[in-house]
Design a protein around this ligand. Structure first.
Ligand code: C5P
Length: 302
């Protein structure tokens, strides 16, 4: 059996509404997920036994707590597989940046092992395992422009898939998602009537005006959690909007901000302007559901 090399893409949240606390300690969400072409490489190599993780990023644990390792153990346990696997992760997605890197790596491992070990788990089997690993993992089995409900783990692809250029700003600050949610709890009032995302979805992304309704309910809590981020937030948003972004927002619980652009030139200008202010910014593109599936289908045996 040969090795398998996978691209493990990042996501941004175009909008995120926190509706209420749930009995299970999680929060009821409404979010719009979007995959972008910023990606880690995940290589799966057959091993006689056990799960081993290698990663080039100092903040990523390589022990059994790594979400990709947990994904592999879950598949082995579920399918009764005795063989092992080595998982090598080359990180490009900022860690603790709200871009879903760890969840994406875990989804890549689920899909990769299903294929490598010819388990035939199918979309439903994979989804069940993904939900056990984390709220964002099921989305990465799908990709593209999608609505996320419940914990974010009930995902629905949108009919109209977004095509845009993206500038991702990495302030280099690690923000804990759990702590941002915990901070929010101190002042969360249930708001089932919030409907900016439904409004956006029902308008099916018509025109850039639809973006102005979107919001990220985690932003204020994230800025409280990471005061250093607050120092940059205003400037980042101002530069992105000045250069013509139709949406400038925090992704997930942060710390990454992003700007959406219809054209690549203003996106590159924004990157240059941010770099001039000492900020790391990357220019990429959104990936539609079809493009995401296509990239997965091209995963190479080596
Ligand atoms: O599911 P995951 O481990 O990625 O979530 C990280 C943390 O974020 C959870 O432990 C929880 O505190 C918080 N969270 C939440 N509600 C959600 C998703 C995440 O409270 N819908």
């Amino acid at each position: 059996m040969r090795s398998l090399r996978l691209r493990s893409y990042a996501k941004i949240n175009l909008g995120l509404e926190v509706l209420a606390q749930r009995e299970d300690g999680y929060h009821e969400l409404r979010t719009l997920f979007q995959t972008i072409d910023l990606a880690d490489d995940v290589v799966l190599r057959p091993r006689a036994r056990g799960v081993r993780v290698l990663c080039d990023h100092p903040l990523v644990p390589t022990d059994a707590t790594n979400l990709a390792a947990r994904a592999a153990e879950l598949v082995r346990g579920h399918a009764g597989v005795k063989r092992g696997v080595e998982i090598e992760i080359r990180k490009r997605i900022p860690v603790g940046g709200g871009l879903g890197g760890g969840s994406s790596n875990a989804a890549a491992v689920l899909m990769g092992l299903d294929r490598m070990w010819r388990l035939g788990l199918g979309p439903e089997g994979l989804h069940r395992l993904a939900r056990r690993l984390g709220a964002d993992v099921p989305y990465f089995l799908l990709g593209g422009t999608a609505l996320g409900l419940a914990r974010g783990d009930e995902v629905y692809p949108l009919h109209r898939q977004l095509r845009a250029h993206v500038v991702v700003v990495d302030p280099g600050i690690h923000v804990s998602t759990a702590r941002v949610f915990a901070r929010l709890d101190t002042r969360l009032t249930p708001r089932e009537n919030s409907n900016s995302i439904y409004y956006f979805v029902s308008r099916e992304l018509e025109g850039s005006g639809a973006y102005r309704f979107l919001q990220n309910d985690l932003e204020e809590a994230a800025l409280e959690e990471a005061p250093a981020l607050r120092e940059h937030a205003g400037r980042i948003r101002a530069v992105l909007l000045r250069e013509g972004a139709c949406l400038a927002a925090l992704s997930g619980s942060g710390s990454s901000y992003f700007g959406l652009f219809e054209n690549v030139r203003p996106a590159k200008r924004a990157r240059a302007a941010l770099a001039a202010e000492g900020l790391t910014a990357l220019v990429g593109r959104t990936l539609t559901l079809e493009q995401y599936r296509g990239a997965w289908g091209r995963a190479r045996n080596r």
